[in-house]
Design a protein around this ligand. Structure first.
Ligand code: URA
Length: 214
């Protein structure tokens, strides 16, 4: 995958490039034909320092109109699932593999993913979370670099370098399928359990000197 150079932040370590710099580089993106049909670019939403990044597929109609990810029916489901994990929406960072809506919500195309995903990579590098939750096949394929389907992958954590990755069904798939709903609820309960068992490292004391070592 093409690596992006963020102007002014070329030699920064993970977590040191602000999301605003990634957004600035995306600009009024015309890198693929989805720019012709979109209303708004849907960059991402939530806590820029979150421990959990949620990656969806692509904006739908409501997201395209508002510029905010997961505000439609799937978004309501996502909010309820986050609650099971003990999280509020503003405590996580939510983004998508594609930043523009594919017409009629068709599947993302490989060439669209190739153009857009370097920005997702930089968003994740910027937030530098502990956990990435992949909603559905497209997010899972990109993050875990696998062709394996979500049905066989979901239900457990995977480790890739720094990240703990939890693939789950896409919440939209559960709107009409109660069995997927039960799996999603179990997987978000697992997320809550993981977070409880792995508390965030305490922030360094002012001046970077750990308390007790002055
Ligand atoms: N589905 C997605 O994958 N992303 C959104 O932002 C909304 C619906």
């Amino acid at each position: 995958m093409a690596m992006l150079k963020i102007p002014g932040y070329e030699n920064q370590r993970p977590g040191e490039v602000p999301l605003s710099a990634v957004r600035d580089l995306l600009g009024d993106c015309r890198r693929c034909p989805l720019c012709e049909t979109r209303t708004n670019i849907v960059f991402g939403d939530g806590d820029a320092y979150a421990r959990v990044v949620i990656v969806g597929e692509a904006p739908g109609k409501n997201e395209d109109l508002s510029g905010v990810p997961f505000v439609g029916a799937a978004g309501k489901k996502l909010d309820a699932l986050l609650e099971i994990a003990g999280l509020r929406r503003d405590e996580v960072y939510i983004c998508n593999v594609l930043k523009c809506r594919p017409p009629s919500n068709r599947d993302p195309r490989p060439e669209e993913i190739a153009e857009c995903s370097p920005f997702l990579r930089e968003q994740i590098r910027s937030v530098w979370p502990d956990v990435i939750v992949c909603l559905g096949n497209f997010a899972t394929r990109f993050i875990l670099r696998t062709e394996q389907g979500i049905t066989s992958l979901r239900g457990r954590f995977y480790e890739t370098g720094h990240f703990h990755v939890l693939p789950v069904f896409h919440p939209a798939a559960a709107i009409y399928d109660r069995t997927k709903q039960a799996s999603l609820e179990a997987d978000f309960a697992l997320l809550g359990q993981w977070l409880a068992e792995h508390p965030a490292a305490p922030a360094p004391a002012a001046g970077g000197v750990p308390v007790g070592e002055e």
